[in-house]
Ligand binder design. Structure first.
Ligand SMILES: NC(=O)c1ccc[n+]([C@@H]2O[C@H](COP(=O)([O-])OP(=O)(O)OC[C@H]3O[C@@H](n4cnc5c(N)ncnc54)[C@H](O)[C@@H]3O)[C@@H](O)[C@H]2O)c1
Ligand SMILES: O=P(O)(O)OC[C@H](O)CO
Length: 333
């Protein structure tokens, strides 16, 4: 099949590499110099160094006007930008019938009094006719690019989209499970980023393994509460995009979000932490949206609130710990 991947960061490149072992893949980079370097060097040295690109992967560039044409010539289009680029990409794809899937894990940053939206809510606003979904789950780009065993979840209310994602990416190295709980899969992928900042902080402060297990477990409870309030199924949070991605991101040192927490614990400023990554850490950008939506729905999310207070400089790392541990006793649930 023919697959177009829009966005040549670490994750778009890794999935393009994985699919190009069996399919014809075009990897679109918005920066012409980056596209030329990828084609010349047969490697994405800026975002995924050390991974050779298969011959069936071609780099492309060009302004927004080429996006509908590339999508039209493909059986599946993948939006591989961070959450901040999803709205614009879907706008360029609004006349396209699909199938389309995005990879980003987050909420849009809130604008004014409006809530920050999940991917499917952005799609409903800008491209309501598009057959679309999300590919998510516990997956570090480097491991997927190396062909290490990984399981993903393809979420869409359209069986056409789920089937296209399975046909494109399922392989002996990569299992792709279908799910029609789009909101649940999106919320799992977004909230785990915020919680990974918290566990990075916890480990950076050497608070211990008990503390880390408590954060993961109580974080999962927060994620599930928000998800159910937003219409997701509770069992989704026991799956790949809930517990699975939370465990990976909260404990795996390849995680950029976890690294933000580790760096803050060492005394770095948020700007220093973000600058040192060279990649997006979505938890930094969506934590406020998570907390705001929770507040509007009267959902209690103390860990996410502590992360926002830390990111906003209202609490120091030690203050965030004290704020969480000093809360009144409550029943587990
Ligand atoms: N890296 C991973 O292991 C991984 C795994 C699963 C999901 N994700 C998610 O995939 C998304 C992309 O992550 P990544 O690791 O590829 O990020 P990255 O930082 O490695 O690369 C981001 C890419 O998007 C481009 N970009 C940035 N802002 C843009 C915008 N507004 N419009 C268009 N293009 C833009 C950049 O030029 C770059 O090519 C994130 O939401 C991330 O949470 C990442
Ligand atoms: O590096 P992170 O923290 O953005 O996490 C990458 C993936 O989302 C893990 O599934």
């Amino acid at each position: 099949m023919k697959i177009a991947v829009f966005g040549a960061g670490a994750w778009g490149t890794a999935l393009a590499v994985s699919a190009a072992r069996r399919h014809e893949v075009t990897l679109w980079a918005r920066d012409p110099a980056q596209a030329a370097a990828i084609d010349r060097e047969r490697e994405n040295r800026r975002y995924l160094p050390g991974i050779a690109l298969p011959p069936a992967l071609a780099a492309a560039t060009g302004g927004a006007h080429v996006i509908p044409r590339l999508a039209g010539g493909s059986d599946l289009s993948i939006v591989a930008t961070p959450m901040a680029g999803l709205r614009e990409m879907l706008t360029h794809l609004r006349q396209h019938p699909g199938p389309v899937a995005w990879l980003c894990k987050g909420f849009e940053a809130p604008v004014g009094d409006a809530d920050g939206l999940l991917g499917h809510e952005v799609k409903a606003q800008v491209a309501p006719g598009l057959q679309a979904g999300i590919l998510s789950g516990p997956s570090f780009a480097l491991e997927v690019a190396r062909g290490q065993p990984t399981a993903l979840v393809a979420a869409s209310d359209s069986a056409v989209v789920r089937d296209a994602l399975v046909a494109a990416f399922h392989s002996p190295q990569l299992r792709v499970y279908g799910n029609d709980d789009v909101a649940g899969v999106e919320i799992g992928g977004a909230v785990k980023n915020v919680l990974a900042i918290a566990t990075g902080l916890c480990d950076g402060l050497a608070l211990g393994l008990n503390a880390r297990a408590a954060l993961i477990t109580r974080g999962l409870a927060e994620m599930t509460r928000l998800g159910v309030a937003l219409g997701a199924r509770p069992e989704t949070f026991m799956g790949l995009s809930g517990l699975g991605d939370l465990v990976l991101t909260a404990t795996g040192d390849l995680s950029r979000n976890r690294r933000v927490g580790l760096l803050l614990a060492q005394g770095a400023t948020l700007q220093q932490a973000v600058d040192s990554l060279g990649h997006v850490a979505e938890g930094v950008y969506c934590a406020r949206a998570v907390v705001r939506r929770a507040r509007h729905l009267a959902v209690e999310m103390p860990i996410a609130r502590a992360v926002v207070a830390l990111l906003d400089g209202e609490l120091a790392p030690s203050g965030a710990v004290a704020a969480l541990m000093g809360r009144d006793p409550v029943a587990e649930g």
